[in-house]
Ligand binder design. Structure first.
Ligand SMILES: [Zn+2]
Length: 72
């Protein structure tokens, strides 16, 4: 929720504002893989809408075309 307010309820991927908070999710920029520091690091969190989040996930699951996030 803190991340959603910080990012002004705007998806950081498609920059669309979304006021229906149930359509927004907090996404970890770097996968935390159980690392608590990364998990709670506000700078590692971004607000994204559900459709971007799903695309993002799909891309991750497609394997290792990109070693690092394309958002860097
Ligand atoms: Zn989006």
């Amino acid at each position: 929720m803190e991340v959603l307010t910080r990012d002004l309820f705007t998806c950081q991927m498609c920059t669309r504002s979304e006021y229906r908070t149930n359509l927004l999710v907090c996404d970890h920029i770097k996968p935390h893989r159980g690392d608590e520091t990364l998990f709670w690091d506000m700078s590692n969190l971004q607000c994204v809408c559900k459709s971007c989040h799903d695309k993002h996930k799909q891309r991750d699951e497609q394997g290792s075309l990109h070693m690092r996030g394309v958002w860097d």
